[in-house]
Ligand binder design. Structure first.
Ligand SMILES: *[C@@H]1O[C@H](CO)[C@@H](O)[C@H](O)[C@H]1NC(C)=O
Ligand SMILES: *[C@@H]1O[C@H](CO)[C@@H](O)[C@H](O)[C@H]1NC(C)=O
Ligand SMILES: *[C@@H]1O[C@H](CO)[C@@H](O)[C@H](O)[C@H]1NC(C)=O
Ligand SMILES: *[C@@H]1O[C@H](CO)[C@@H](O)[C@H](O)[C@H]1NC(C)=O
Length: 469
């Protein structure tokens, strides 16, 4: 268990380090979004001068926005020279197919079934005509591990979709991350000689990244074995994710399933995620996020945070997680913030969540720290209006199932608990829920009973305006 914990801590170190660098990136590049929905041109733009063959008989596209003025045009990557034998570098063909599809309304980049395509790190950028679909029916994968990664390519990301509006990423195929060799790099936790962790930059690519894009649909795909995060959204607005299947082994470091930050209006529905890190992680600047019908296994559960690192401000609001099933995970639903941050987390609702053999089923950790060297500070991200309703199932007795560690100086307020019933998966009952500076109400008695939640409001609560959200 000691070793396991240490492994975990080091993974989290790496994970947060990477989160943070991406935060900085997100902050630097995130500018004001444009609000206007793109107008569909009433008469279709003239067909673009198209240097490439356009196969006939476009298959009907279920995600077509239904503009009857535009016929979808299919751009099969094999018509642009992609070989799809699993070893040939097909990047150039994909770029050509992308350019052609980008130029027409409702264009479809088709990655056909029964082929395995290998492409290197690529940015598919817009703006494109609306209704663009990237449809993967075959297998699409990056070069196999760090040794095959071209030296000149970014090691931080593989597929990037940038500056798009009304785009769909879908298909019946698989995005295979070939992450195995990345997870075994000696700079990864305990993968060095004799179980050590060697220092040094340890960049590993996020598999799929959407950046500064709007009105996205991602559906149906199988996404697996990412070197690092499977999917990442930053600076986006309007994201609908459904019927994804994401998987990596339990011991694959930092393989978050879906990570969002600085992203608003997100729906994640009916998806299965099993991996080695957070199932879904929600970073700073997210609001209006609705997660429904998600199954999480193996990893670290659904997390809001970590927030407020290095005295930063974080504003997260209106997050709902409903009808989820979380099993064999290190956490269930978690909110984690660092000492010294500002901002707030509010309007959070966890509802109808089934737990099976989960450690820390419900956890608030406002002392999140990776080094043991974090000092207590007077400012904190303020947590308020957090509801836990109908949370049932079993916990792993190695950790208490309920743990609310709020900041010393900024209490958590208005925590509502209703129909919380958690029993040990096996072994002795651990009936000591922990709360520190946590205020709220129980609408029904919880199992295990919780006596540490304080009634009403704290006498002193910092001015809410000082949180600045
Ligand atoms: C690995 O650790 C063991 C026990 O600490 C030690 O005896 C051995 O020499 C180490 N091997 C290497 C290659 O460092
Ligand atoms: C959060 O939800 C409330 C109530 O529905 C709404 O008034 C508020 O504008 C929302 N805030 C954000 C940032 O979406
Ligand atoms: C910080 O505050 C918490 C709660 O009062 C306390 O348990 C913890 O020991 C403190 N940590 C340090 C490093 O002072
Ligand atoms: C407490 O939180 C609930 C649920 O988020 C909200 O409806 C209610 O208005 C809050 N109460 C107060 C006093 O803020």
């Amino acid at each position: 268990m000691g070793v396991f914990r240490r492994v975990l801590v080091v993974w989290i170190v790496v994970s947060v380090f990477l989160h943070d660098s991406s935060n900085v990136e997100g902050r630097t590049h995130f500018h004001k979004k444009h609000n206007d929905p793109p107008a569909y041109s009433p008469d279709p733009s003239p067909p673009p001068v198209n240097p490439s063959p356009v196969p006939s008989d476009p298959s009907p596209n279920p995600d077509d926005p239904g503009n009857s003025n535009s016929e979808p045009c299919v751009f099969d990557v094999t018509s642009f020279g992609a070989v799809g034998d699993g070893t040939t570098d097909d990047t150039a063909a994909f770029m050509e197919a992308w350019k052609a599809a980008c130029a027409v309304e409702s264009g479809i980049v088709l990655v056909p079934a029964d082929h395995v395509f290998m492409i290197t790190s690529t940015i598919f950028s817009g703006p494109c005509k609306p209704g663009l679909v990237f449809q993967v029916d075959g297998v699409l994968m990056p070069p196999n591990g760090p040794d095959c990664w071209p030296k000149s390519d970014s090691k931080k990301q593989w597929l990037v979709f940038y500056r798009l509006d009304q785009m769909t990423f879908t298909g019946s195929g698989t995005i295979e991350g070939n992450g195995g060799d990345w997870w075994e790099l000696p700079c990864k936790p305990h993968r060095g000689p004799n179980g050590s962790t060697l220092p040094g930059p340890c960049d590993s690519p996020a598999l799929i990244r959407f950046f500064m894009s709007y009105n996205l649909v991602v559906s149906s795909l199988r996404i697996q074995n990412s070197p690092q995060f499977h999917m990442k959204f930053d600076g986006c607005e309007g994201v609908r994710i459904e019927k994804l299947s994401i998987s990596s082994p339990k011991l694959s470091p930092n393989t978050d399933g879906i990570h969002i930050e600085n992203t608003k209006s997100v729906g994640i529905y009916n998806s299965e995620i099993a991996n080695g890190d957070d199932c879904i992680s929600i970073g700073r600047g997210c609001s209006d996020v609705n997660i429904e019908g998600v199954t999480c296994g193996l990893g670290h559960g659904i997390s809001i945070g970590s927030l407020g690192v290095q005295n930063s401000q974080a504003c997260v609001s209106n997050i709902t997680v409903r009808d989820a099933f979380i099993k064999d995970s290190d956490n269930g639903v978690r909110i984690k913030t660092w000492q010294g941050g500002t901002g707030s987390v509010s309007g959070i609702s966890f509802e109808n969540i089934q737990m099976e053999n989960v450690r820390n089923c419900m956890i608030i950790d406002q002392y999140y720290c990776l080094s043991k060297a974090c000092r207590n500070q007077t400012s904190a991200v303020y947590l308020t209006d957090v509801t836990y309703r109908n949370i049932k199932g079993t916990y792993d007795v190695r950790s208490p199932p309920i743990h609310f560690a709020c900041s010393d100086t900024v209490a958590c307020t208005n925590i509502t608990m209703s129909e919380v019933e958690l029993l040990p998966a096996e072994g002795e009952l651990v009936d000591d829920p922990f709360c520190w500076n946590a205020y709220g109400t129980q609408e029904t008695l919880t199992i295990p009973p919780i006596t540490c939640l304080q009634d009403g409001m704290p006498e002193k609560l910092a001015e809410s305006s000082s949180f600045g959200c």
